[in-house]
Design a protein around this ligand. Sequence first.
Ligand SMILES: Cc1cc2nc3c(=O)[nH]c(=O)nc-3n(C[C@H](O)[C@H](O)[C@H](O)COP(=O)(O)OP(=O)(O)OC[C@H]3O[C@@H](n4cnc5c(N)ncnc54)[C@H](O)[C@@H]3O)c2cc1C
Length: 546
Amino acid sequence: MRHDPHEVFNQSPPYVDVDLFGSDLPLQTAVAANGAAGEAAALSAFGRRWGAVDAFDLARLANECKPRLKAYSAKGVRQDFVEFHPSYHHFMQESIGAGLAAMTWNMAGARAEAPSEVARALRYYMVAQIENGHMCPITMTRAAIAALAAEPALLAQIMPKISSRQYDPSFRPWQEKSGMTIGMGMTEKQGGTDVRANTTRAEPVEGGYVINGHKWFMSAPMCDAFLVLAQAEGGLTCFFMPRFTADGALNGLRLQRLKDKLGNASNASSEVEFENAFAVRVGEEGKGVRTIIEMVQLTRLDCAISSAGIMRMALAQALHHARHRSVFQRDLVDQPLMATVLADLALESEAALALTLRLCRSFDRAGADPQEAARARTLTPVVKYWVCKSAPGFVYEAMECLGGNGYVEESVLARLYREAPVNAIWEGSGNVVCLDLLRALSRDGEATRGVLETLARQTFDLPGCGEAVKFVAQVLSGPLQEAHARAAVERLALLAAAAALQESAPDIAAVFAHARLEGRSGRSYGALELAPNEAKELLERALPTA
Ligand SMILES: Cc1cc2nc3c(=O)[nH]c(=O)nc-3n(C[C@H](O)[C@H](O)[C@H](O)COP(=O)(O)OP(=O)(O)OC[C@H]3O[C@@H](n4cnc5c(N)ncnc54)[C@H](O)[C@@H]3O)c2cc1C
């Protein structure tokens, strides 16, 4: 006989088996606004697949059963291998199979036609709601192609492995595999941002270079090859370093430890020493930063997509719970104060999505339109800064909407909370991306000012936008440019978000500008001025009840 000590009631049912696309009106409107309406049917199938109960469960497993370093075999032979739980391999298979590492490139390694960037971002946004750690190697693989363009012969060998959309987890030379992944090693102990302080050295040998030194953070060490920076005679240089040498021997990448991280648990991040590791040069000696920066721009874009996805899942969990939890004889969602908190979160989430997808559209159009190219260059650090910085506080507030249930490890919110800060820290942390905007300004001030003028035109009738445009222009041309860069970047991000919402959801743009640009929001979510019908509409739009 089963013994039930008591009946469990007034708990929200699990938020699983959801259609991540069909249940998200902001997503659907942003799809149409960014030139990807033709993708709707495929996205709908994708959203149901990734929102299935099994996907949620596998994501939990991939993060609970962390990767383990097997530096040596049982007999003491060096093998530098990381073992992952099958759930991690499942996600790698799904995401690579869906083209997330490949679909923005054609077979020759050039940009695929529009709207490939938006189409990929829409999928990435849904994946990020479920499992983020495995996307690290996928992000790096797709972005590495931009840097490898500097070596067309090597790129021509690699592209068939990327375009195959096959995940091949076997540990052998990449040339023998059906598909491959590529990681990145820049950060050393003495300097991550300041890569010019790299001490790793490269000496020329026949057919390439041998590299000796270390990397303090090198994520996804089971990638088949890495783009690494090392000092060659001509200065800091980018190299392609495979896990195996051409004769099939294990290359000299000695994995020392895996980082014990706050979050991002399904992904392995290693400390590695290079012991006569063989590598080939990518780009000219001394042009390492210039070569790898092509890759970094794309990884920054993915950080923003990932954070927008994290925010969306946190919002959906909070709203779902509030609709099923009654307090003082009334559903939480109908308590006016909770409705305002949730509506504020919904507003922020929609703005993050609209802003990010609009930026992806600029990448799609950059080849044919110099203004869009300038927009992509100017706004990538800005969007990365704002969306990635929004996510941790956002997830915390969503967590609080679930009360104590949000704080326990079994809750998806706990995992999202630990995951959220990393997107701001890696790939250019807050100050670094602010300085990157100033660098863009100093290299091509006309283009940057042109972007601001366009945003001014697109938002001229929205509250608070005119003042924001003036403020940004003043800081960017003033004597305290660097000291006040965060203030300018924040304001620029809000303007760009308002402009993006104008294109996808004009009614929301007005509410957003009133709240965030006219200053009618508070320090925490829920401290904004909203009419009761506005809160209701925002929530129904975020997660329709019918
Ligand atoms: C989970 C994880 C995985 C990672 N994976 C990889 C990887 O695969 N490959 C890789 O190469 N790296 C990786 N990194 C490293 C990451 O990119 C670096 O940590 C990051 O670039 C910052 O470098 P740093 O840690 O040396 O900090 P520092 O460069 O010392 O920066 C410290 C702080 O100073 C600020 N700062 C720097 N310069 C300035 C300035 N001029 N003015 C004002 N403020 C400034 C920064 O914004 C930051 O807040 C990973 C990091 C993490 C957390």
